[in-house]
Design a protein around this ligand. Structure first.
Ligand SMILES: NC(=O)c1ccc[n+]([C@@H]2O[C@H](COP(=O)([O-])OP(=O)(O)OC[C@H]3O[C@@H](n4cnc5c(N)ncnc54)[C@H](O)[C@@H]3O)[C@@H](O)[C@H]2O)c1
Length: 260
């Protein structure tokens, strides 16, 4: 997909990767960029910067997501590309106990990192199926393919997000809907600020959100499912599949060193 003349919506777009996607889509000539975030003033500021439209929305609320999509369809036109990008990370409260996250932390992470994608797909699929075109880009993470040391909730919900995204891609390939999973490692955003350089996900270096947006433009144009801004992630995935026991050992070593 090429976003020129397309109607594109991005969630979690008040800052970070979502903001960079909006800026890039506008520069690529999108017809309209809808900047969505639960942070209404942040979304408004990004929309002003690019001449887009801000719509405040909490992606954990199915009715808010449905109402946002209905509003865009009624007032602007059918959404060509929905980027479900909002996400949160919460560290294990006790690094030495991987099951230490609270019920509330599991519920928050599941609601944003998984159900946010489900509510989005539920809202946009009917029109995309009817038109036999459209794209859904879910921001997952390399943690969805590998793991996130120090956060059981993030590792698990990003794996679930990837599972749902694969399911969408398989089920709607014959409807001509391009479904993609964006899986970066470390990106220089509020999410990684303050993290130690020894953090395993940051060992390959932090990418700028703009570099991630570059990968998205290429990945959409080439119609890939996996969009990997850090190319080394593909070799890690191959290594994990080829010898999972060895991979677990290597990850345990990284974990040990991350606190050493
Ligand atoms: N930064 C990284 O290193 C990195 C790496 C891999 C994947 N990701 C993923 O990229 C996505 C964007 O992350 P980022 O790094 O730009 O983080 P960020 O914290 O800078 O931005 C996240 C945005 O999502 C919004 N948001 C959070 N919960 C929301 C909700 N319930 N409804 C609507 N908006 C909500 C926040 O207000 C914020 O504007 C996330 O899904 C994250 O998991 C980030």
């Amino acid at each position: 997909m090429n976003v020129k003349d397309k109607i594109v919506l991005v969630t979690g777009a008040a800052q970070g990767i979502g903001q960079a996607l909006c800026v890039r889509f506008q520069a690529e000539g999108a017809r309209r960029v809808i900047v969505s975030d639960r942070n209404a003033s942040g979304a408004e500021a990004v929309a002003r910067q690019i001449g887009g439209l801000a719509i405040p929305c909490d992606v954990t609320q199915a009715d808010e997501v449905a109402a946002m999509v209905a509003k865009v369809h009624a007032e602007i036109g059918s959404i060509d590309l929905y980027c479900s990008n909002a996400g949160i990370i919460e560290p294990d409260p006790d690094f030495h106990n991987a099951a230490s996250a609270s019920e509330a932390s599991w519920a928050r992470s599941w609601a944003v990192n998984v159900m946010g994608h489900v509510y989005a797909a539920r809202a946009v699929l009917p029109s995309m199926i009817a038109r036999r075109q459209g794209g859904i880009l879910n921001t997952v993470s390399a943690a969805g393919l590998l793991s996130q040391i120090g956060s059981a909730t993030y590792s698990t919900t990003k794996h679930a997000a990837l599972g749902f995204t694969e399911h969408l891609a398989i089920a709607h390939r014959d409807d001509n809907i391009h479904v993609a999973a964006l899986c970066p490692q470390g990106v220089d955003t509020a999410m990684t600020r303050g993290a130690s350089a020894k953090e395993p996900a940051l060992l390959d270096g932090l990418l700028s959100p703009e570099a991630v947006a570059d990968s998205v433009i290429t990945g959409l144009a080439e119609r890939h499912f996996l969009i990997l801004p850090h190319p080394q992630v593909l070799s890690y995935v191959r290594h994990k599949a080829a010898d999972t026991d060895r991979w677990i050992g290597g990850m345990a070593k990284l974990r040990r060193n991350s606190k050493g």
